[in-house]
Design a protein around this ligand. Sequence first.
Ligand code: SF4
Ligand code: SF4
Ligand code: FES
Length: 313
Amino acid sequence: MRRNAPVMLGAIRRMVDLELDGEQVRAPEGSTILDVCRERGIDTPTLCYLDNLTPVNACRVCMVEVDGSRVLVPSCSRRVEDGMVVKTDSERVRHSRKMVLELLASSTDMSLAEDAVHRWMDSYGVDVKRYGPPGPSAAAGERDRRQAGHHHVPDGLSAETVAQPVKIDNELYVRDYARCILCYKCVEACGEDAQNTFAIAVAGRGFDATIATEFDVVLPDSACVYCGNCIGVCPTGALMPKSEYDMRQAGTWDESRQAQVTTVCTFCGVGCNLELTTQDNRIVRVDSPIDHSVTHGHLCIKGRFGYEHVQPR
Ligand code: SF4
Ligand code: SF4
Ligand code: FES
């Protein structure tokens, strides 16, 4: 081995001084306000942001107050600057976050959203009935979902909701856009951020806006390759493996009887980590850890759905 070999260092980053909730903090140049909040354990709600996707600033739930800025700024994409004074828990910030969550929860079914979303809804005192009772079509969708056993459906939704029938057009995953908050994560995962398949995009405007395939064709007729990377990033359960959907419909999905185990996919030599969710000694769902250096949370059809051959009969 050559002596005095050069040690490879990462790029040296200048440190930036700012004030965060009354405290002086230092952060590497290029960090976002969200990075600094997380570093310091400040629980900041995010819906459209994910570490493995490009920020799209769609949901506006992560807003913080910055001195000198007329409007609140999105912490997930705004980079820290020298002398910045940031407030993450002011009355204005809390009001804005509550409003965003209330508008979403009034128009979509958030009952299967990630645990963190429910924690934020509690913490900001979200009133899901604030915008009034549902219209007739929304009421029908709500009734269907209650009959299907979705217990967190509120008694009254807003007059306008995105309620619509569940799309079941293939054996691998279902799309329930009554749960969609239009966070764009699935579009990004299907596009440049991971899969580069571009099978889905946002179609329509306002309450008619929805995630759709090209010309709204069924998935088997679309460009979809069934990698399921859109399922992996969806925060609300709008996209769900059919195995999980069927069990929820049958009332047999029971998280208290489930376990998670990480293993390595054996289909090829890439070495993707698989996070298996099992119930009663059967695999019921497959994901991949977002911090895994090979997958960054993304898989192909074989890793995500190719497990039936190992199931006990
Ligand atoms: S399964 Fe994969 S290819 Fe199909 S829509 Fe989702 S991300 Fe795109
Ligand atoms: S389907 Fe899920 S990931 Fe896609 S935009 Fe809707 S909520 Fe976001
Ligand atoms: S998480 Fe920042 S805008 Fe959505």
